[in-house]
Design a protein around this ligand. Sequence first.
Ligand SMILES: Cc1cc2nc3c(=O)[nH]c(=O)nc-3n(C[C@H](O)[C@H](O)[C@H](O)COP(=O)(O)O)c2cc1C
Length: 181
Amino acid sequence: MILVILAHPYPRRSRACAALVEAIRDLPEVEIRSLYDLYPDFDVDRAAEQAALARARLVVWLHPLFWYTAPGLMKHWFDEVLVRGFAYGPGGDALAGKDVLWATTTGGDEWAFSEAGRHQRPFDAFVPVIEQTARFCGLNWLAPFVVHGAHEIPDEALRDAGRSLRERLVAWRATVETRNA
Ligand SMILES: Cc1cc2nc3c(=O)[nH]c(=O)nc-3n(C[C@H](O)[C@H](O)[C@H](O)COP(=O)(O)O)c2cc1C
């Protein structure tokens, strides 16, 4: 029901994304697909990915922010999986009405994402490309889940972030179950 597309090029060196994944891994009906483990040669299995999407009601795109967007294999996954006739265009309504949650971690802290900071813009300025990718495919865009300052964040704060993400997913499921009741 919840499909997590995880795109971390070095899953075993990850601290922030790994903590988020660990916080949600044991939730019921959660499928986690680690793209860099599945497709180290970038040879994405379109049919398998589309089948996973078809099973999902909520899609979570989880990755570290790389150059203000998604790591290369996540972008390649967009290119290969979200194709015409499946995700958009004539007959392309496979994703229509499903929810999507963008969950990302950033090296920059909140100050870095300000006019005076090293990234010179608020984080919101970097959201529209991913958001519109989702909306173009008929996905329902949820408020993103972002962990800033991923290098310095203390362990306890990272655990709190994991708990918040878990709560978001639990709350999402409760809403869907109420809607379906
Ligand atoms: C190639 C590359 C590009 C990055 N680009 C950004 C960026 O644009 N903005 C930012 O705040 N952090 C950037 N970072 C930092 C990562 O977002 C950060 O290392 C990651 O969120 C930490 O999560 P992890 O512990 O799961 O690896 C970049 C890191 C790498 C390796």
